[in-house]
Design a protein around this ligand. Sequence first.
Ligand SMILES: C[S@@+](CC[C@H](N)C(=O)[O-])C[C@H]1O[C@@H](n2cnc3c(N)ncnc32)[C@H](O)[C@@H]1O
Length: 409
Amino acid sequence: MDASTLTSLVSELSALTATYVPSIGHDAPSQASKAALLNLTRKIQHSLMDPAMMVQAHSLQMAEMVSVRTLLDLKVFEKMPTDESQRITAKGLSEQSGVQQALLERLLRPLVASGFITQSADGSYGSTKFSQAYISFPGLFFTLMFDHFLQPMTDLPKYLAKHGTVEPTSFYVNPYSDYHNASDSELTTWEIMSKDPEKLKTFQIGLTTGDAMVPATGYYDFNQLALTEEELEKDPDRVSLVDIGGGVGNVVKRVLGEYKTLKPEHVVLEDLESIIEMAKKEETVPEGVRMLKHDFWTEQPVKGAKAYYFRRVFHDYSDELCVKLLKQVIPAMTGPDSRVLVADMLLPEIMTTKEAHTAALDIACMVMGGKERTEEDFRRLFQSVGLEVVAIHRAPGVAAGLVEGTLKS
Ligand SMILES: C[S@@+](CC[C@H](N)C(=O)[O-])C[C@H]1O[C@@H](n2cnc3c(N)ncnc32)[C@H](O)[C@@H]1O
């Protein structure tokens, strides 16, 4: 890149800093201004890099991920001072963590190189906002991504060479099942996962930390599903909302907590037997909500509900399987205002660097034979089973939304 192009990019960056909205939160304006600045800094960085430097950057990312995962496991970040101005020597860290000093120094080197931790001129180490935060929330999601998705992802070329160069769509034969040598076993991803209770636990804990990616509330008015006296007079058993594959009830709890006209006794939570038993035992479901053991590959038993809701379910499955899910619900949509609600991440039609996260999660879903979708993908999917998308409610500040569909009139 010539010097004048660099100068002009740097001036552009300098001008853009005037739009920066400082905030430590995740509010939309601050996120948008951060994204624009990061986008431009990345452009400057890329224009300065020659292709060999990209290889070096990728190699560092690989080493960084392995080091982070290993050091999380060895609980090393927890032994570092939380005050960034304080330091700890390799010897001190080795004594506190019980990890051999030579091994520690090698694992920490890529993290100093990437800026995940710092190292002073005297060789001692310091933590950063990243290494500190990884001890809890983002670290749990990182662990989920690493343990469940990265390992099968690295074998994707091998998987495609064996099964053909088409997107994996099966729930039984996919990169996840191949990685676990279970492609001939007819076991689903969840069944394979359940064989290793520790891994199942990292998945479940990590998943709850990822809740903010598809917010449960705040962009769809669930109050509109409340039943009027007139409606109840006509049909006293009518249901407002069926949360299909609703887990242990986190979402119905949030919805009922925020949308007060909706009554718990008009809400049904459905999931597999083991999950409903868990919900009952742990008492995670608000009082009054009906809990139903139901396999969503079979016909929906609750007829005429105002809404059949799937949150973070569709992205686990291919289009073909989502069609099957919808076909189990459609015969139950006998109410005059019955609708299907699907909440998931929404991929952009045209990819930009701002949407990096959705692209990464889509590849993670591919590992299990699922996929993230664009608004258009959802419209096509609904259309193919005779449903019409009447609205797409976008969640503010995140790449997610709720697709609302009714039977075509
Ligand atoms: C990714 S979780 C989403 C949970 C919840 N909707 C949420 O957003 O937090 C997928 C859910 O689908 C449930 N599930 C998987 N297979 C199912 C089946 N055949 N019938 C009913 N539920 C199922 C799982 O038990 C799990 O609770």
